[in-house]
Design a protein around this ligand. Structure first.
Ligand code: FAD
Ligand code: MLT
Ligand code: ZN
Length: 460
């Protein structure tokens, strides 16, 4: 171990290698407070060259590696396995946070993997562009982490997942000598073999360490109307979303919250509901209609219990009702002495969303030990975030029930958070044995020494 640590220090300098357990525990605990195992050390390289050097030292010492960005992931992909048998080093990417200047002609920008999503969004906005991916963890999540997890967020309905934004990548390969691949040109057309940037998008640290990404930007949509709409069913909500799409009008976001989630979030932020009644479901619909609340808003919503926000301050207030849900569930459960919420991020075909939501509701509420059950999420793309409190943190029965029900509905066991360590055993519910065999062969090709994030994506 000493030789390993000395070699790492030689690359990054003593200040950027820590074996102190008081420091390590923060890197080994995920956002929900779930404690993973303890890593041997955390290393914070300064640039891609140092990342490649650190990675090859780990390969040569046969030590596993966990690349870590903002550690906001929600499937235990960035923290060591509690029962890890193999020693592991966490390589934190946060120092690679340089953001290049925006290429005005192509509408692209290159950023170091450790730049936060919020900083990339700010850099784009500063010169009249917009980076499409937006998630509530934007201030801590890194752009490299969002590529590694193919993050979704609130604008998928308008712009697609992170994969749709990536136009180039630089990455360090897990080989015995420091090796970087650099394909950051961002050419609109570049049909020269396999798309390695796309292969690394969603790879969750199991193939290589992303050191920089090039992403496309968009010209901001014109002003929007943000409507908070009380509805009575998933079918009504989905009908409202589809009727909002009209010639020249784009839906920028379509989020759903159930009554319980809205109630505890209003409690967390100390606000009263802006709606005049209680509803089983509340839809938050953002429409790029010039912000004059015309067309759909005037036609469809005038008879409904609705609040419309067009100026930034009021829109921000409505957004906080949705964005604070994650926090509200954690606080609600922990304040009642319950374990942290079981959080299942799933996607369901829109045509089956209403039935599947009912099935989940009936089955989970009847499951032994369930005290709290709620769902919210990105309704426009069929992505629900199922939250359950009551069963102990290590009780997998509720995840088993939910993921099998979602598979029964033709859905995916992971919509946007990835598989991580949390869902590796349920991967076969969404991918066939042949697909998993091909994915394992791809992993073996990229990571011949098997050091990259063992236990993530594939159960050991
Ligand atoms: P980490 O958590 O550090 O790592 C995540 C995974 O990526 C791990 O497997 C890690 O090994 C790997 N990884 C990280 N950096 C690299 C790298 N440079 N190279 C290779 N592998 C790497 N996610 C969504 O998709 N949509 C949402 O709406 C959303 N909302 C959220 C709201 C809250 C409040 C929170 C806490 C989380 C939310 N997330 C959401 C989950 C999380 O923010 C995303 O998964 C995000 O992409 C993780 O980025 P990160 O930098 O924190 O990555
Ligand atoms: C969200 O959309 O808020 C996130 O994906 C986080 C969560 O699932 O809690
Ligand atoms: Zn989400």
């Amino acid at each position: 171990m000493k030789a390993l640590i000395d070699e790492l220090i030689e690359v990054t300098g003593e200040s950027y290698v820590s074996t102190d357990s008081a420091v390590l525990v923060g890197y080994c605990t995920d956002w929900t407070g779930h404690r993973g195992g303890l890593a041997l050390a955390v290393v914070r390289p300064a640039d891609a060259r140092e990342v490649a050097a650190v990675l090859s030292i780990c390969v040569n010492h046969e030590v596993a590696v966990i690349p870590q960005g903002g550690n906001t992931g929600l499937v235990l992909g960035a923290v060591p396995d509690l029962h890890a048998s193999t020693p592991v080093i966490i390589i934190s990417m946060v120092r690679l946070n340089t953001i290049g200047s925006v290429d005005e002609l192509s509408g692209q920008v290159t950023a170091g993997a450790g730049a936060t999503l919020a900083d990339v969004q700010r850099a784009a906005r500063a010169v009249g562009w917009e980076y499409a991916v937006d998630i509530a963890a934007r201030d801590s999540a890194t752009i490299g982490g969002t590529v590694a997890t193919n993050a979704g967020g609130i604008h998928v309905i308008a712009y697609g997942m992170t994969r749709a934004q990536v136009t180039g990548i630089e990455a360090a390969l897990p080989l015995t000598s420091p090796t970087l691949i650099d394909h950051l040109g961002g050419l609109a057309k570049d049909n020269t073999g396999y798309d390695l940037a796309s292969a690394l998008t969603g790879s969750e640290g199991t193939l290589a360490i992303i050191t920089a990404v090039r992403v496309k930007l968009h010209r901001p949509m014109d002003r929007t109307s943000l409507a908070l709409i009380g509805t009575d069913s998933y079918d009504t909500a989905l009908r409202l979303i589809s009727s909002a799409v009209r010639p020249g009008i784009r839906v920028r976001a379509a989020e759903l919250m159930d009554r319980f989630g809205l109630e505890i979030t209003l409690g967390l932020i100390g606000q009263m509901s802006p709606l005049s009644q209680e509803h089983e479901l509340v839809l938050l619909l953002e429409i790029a209609d010039g912000g004059d609340a015309s067309g759909f808003v005037a036609d469809e919503l005038s008879e409904r219990d609705t609040v419309i926000a067009v100026d930034a301050a009021n829109q921000e207030q409505l957004w906080s009702l949705r964005e604070r849900h994650t926090e509200a569930y954690s606080a609600f459960c922990i304040q009642r002495g319950l374990a942290a919420p079981h959080k299942l991020d799933v996607s369901i075909p829109l045509s089956r969303l209403a039935d599947c939501a009912q099935l989940l509701n009936d089955r989970v509420r009847a499951h032994p030990g369930v005290v709290v059950f709620g769902m919210f999420g990105h309704a426009g793309d069929g992505n629900l975030h199922v939250q359950v409190c009551g069963p102990a943190a290590n009780d997998e029965s509720v995840a088993e029930l939910i993921l099998h029900t979602v598979a029964e509905c033709g859905g995916s066991v992971s919509a946007e958070h990835g598989i991580g360590r949390l869902k590796a055993k349920w991967l076969p519910l969404s991918r066939s044995p042949h697909e998993i065999a091909v994915m394992r062969a791809i992993k073996a090709a990229w990571d011949p020494n098997g050091v990259m994030n063992p236990g993530v994506l594939f159960s050991e």
